[in-house]
Design a protein around this ligand. Structure first.
Ligand SMILES: [Zn+2]
Length: 233
């Protein structure tokens, strides 16, 4: 962690613009220092121009009714939807509450929809996440867990980093190390190109705190995969 910090050149950087999810570590999405210098509208305009060039280079006639709106449509989709999680202010406000009931067992939120895009090919990653935590005194609204998964999914990603970013954010919000994240997805860059394998899926996990214990982890996996016809675990 310290080494990572030393490598980052902070000169000329307005710390207030970075947002509090900037973790300054290897799990942070690599961003340019001027990442937030352009407004959304300016980004959309630039991407529209660039995407038009891509389409024209491919030989497409942008005068065609069906194609003429595509560059702008793609640009808006990138900035406002698919990659909106690059903007710290879009991070869900994950308020936590006191654990009034003194519930001390694990809570598992399973089958959370994962929609992301791989940063190597800009093709979709689709699947599910199972997330669990054991309260250290605070509890989080259930839908906020889904929102955290959604937020980090809306970035160009590699699945390993997505898994860790979700886990780190939960640890930060809950002020607890006792967090588990399992992500099981299909990568369209594997299904549609390269080896063109549409049946394989990719599983990544992050277990910290009490979930490093085999019994606790096994309990989590039993709940996560209960009723799963493929019963992979
Ligand atoms: Zn890929």
């Amino acid at each position: 962690m310290k080494e990572e910090l030393d490598k980052i050149d902070l000169s000329g950087l307005d710390i207030d613009q970075i947002g509090d999810d900037h973790m300054f570590s290897s799990i942070e999405t690599p961003m340019r220092k001027d990442a937030f210098a352009l407004s959304d509208d300016e980004k959309i305009a630039r991407i529209e121009t660039s995407f038009r060039e891509i389409m024209e280079t491919l030989g497409l006639d942008l005068n065609d009714d069906s194609l003429s709106g595509t560059p702008k449509r793609v640009a808006k989709m990138y900035v406002k939807e698919l990659f909106s999680g690059l903007k710290p202010e879009n991070k869900p406000d994950a308020r936590v509450f006191d654990n009034k009931y003194q519930y001390g067992q694990m809570l598992v939120e399973k089958n959370i929809r994962v929609q992301s895009n791989c940063e190597h090919h800009f093709l979709p990653i689709l699947g599910i996440a199972h997330v669990a935590y054991i309260s250290s005194g605070k509890v989080i609204g259930l839908s906020k867990i889904n929102r955290i998964v959604e937020y980090f999914g809306k970035r160009p990603q590699v699945q390993e980093r997505l898994t860790l970013q979700i886990a780190e954010e939960l640890k930060r919000v809950l002020n607890s190390e006792d967090v588990a994240v399992l992500i099981d997805t299909r990568h369209l860059c594997v299904a549609m190109r390269g080896v063109q394998d549409s049946s394989s899926s990719t599983v990544t996990t992050e277990y910290s705190g009490k979930f490093k214990d085999k019994n606790v982890r096994d309990e989590f996996l039993r709940y996560a995969y209960a009723g799963d016809p493929q019963n992979r675990f």
